[in-house]
Design a protein around this ligand. Sequence first.
Ligand SMILES: *Cc1c(COP(=O)(O)O)cnc(C)c1O
Length: 370
Amino acid sequence: MKRNDSIYQLAVAGVQQLVPYKPGKPIEELERELGLKRVVKLASNENPLGPSKKAMAAIQAELPQLSLYPDGSGYRLKNALARKFDVDPAQITLGNGSNEILELVARAFLTPELEVLFSQHAFAVYPIVTQAVGATAVVVPALNFGHDLAAMLHKVNEKTRLVFIANPNNPTGTLLAQADLQRFIEALPETCICVLDEAYFEFVADRGQDDSIAWLRKYPNLIITRTFSKAYGLAGLRVGYSFSSPEMADILNRVRQPFNNNTLALVAAEAALEDTEHLQNTLQVNTLGMQQLTEGFKNLGLKWIPSAGNFVSVDLSEPGQPIYEALLRKGIIVRPVANYEMPNHLRVSIGTAEENQLFLQALTDCLNNV
Ligand SMILES: *Cc1c(COP(=O)(O)O)cnc(C)c1O
């Protein structure tokens, strides 16, 4: 079909320049391309144990209701979250993945006159939602791959409406101390909203004394986002949520689609939240897998960024793209992170012991042969 370039001129300025998010390669796609039978995907920080059986049973039980619209208020899931984390249901916003919440915040609060602050190597969705609404992204150089909070604070001015902080951060896995983070939020002007992205919250074994939820009482400009996609193993259903002041939740609710979470997602997330055994198994597999992978890296003489998440970025001391492609040919999908300004790293999600072993063996072969 003939490409109609003039249509691009009609898009808003930010969208004209926008480079879409690049997801991890789907297993089926690689199987199709290479005719492989066994593909190991360690590319999107998904749960290697699969979803909770309780979540699957809840979906099965809900199927006869699918002719009805979902509960647009998410009453049951919000109440389950409120009980578990000791917040008021009015403080919760549900999203189609926590990515949607990031977008709701951008839509509700940004204009082309305003600035958004985030760190170098921070999650790729922050620049996308910023650019889509035409706001200006201010990227602050990282400190040892993590957030340089002092430098970030320095960049805050009267035009800064939003700061994104991922803790732990993806793809670096770096973790800020809660005390440092609170000091940062405390120092922000009231006109600047802080989105604290805790997509990997469950993997952080020891967060120190403070839970960020307690800060919500003091900071009406704070939004904490979390997700069922990672530790809870429900990435395919798209369920994320945020905790904030009720006023903030009210604002986000105004720009939200009325049925942004589908029925199956709502019941599965509620069931997964109760499945503490699945979560414990997940955390244990992650701890052991992290040891297995980092030990493997050490044996290969490779460095890595110590990670608090369910993934680790390894430094190959050479461009990662050719190794990524060589791994693909062996049926292993990991994530190149050159688009995060980390051209020599590959990000590897923690898999099962067997998947980790297959990856390490393939990596050893690739490094010896490229
Ligand atoms: C995976 C991820 C998310 C969100 O994923 P959803 O599936 O949209 O909930 C958000 N932030 C970071 C840093 C992530 O890595």
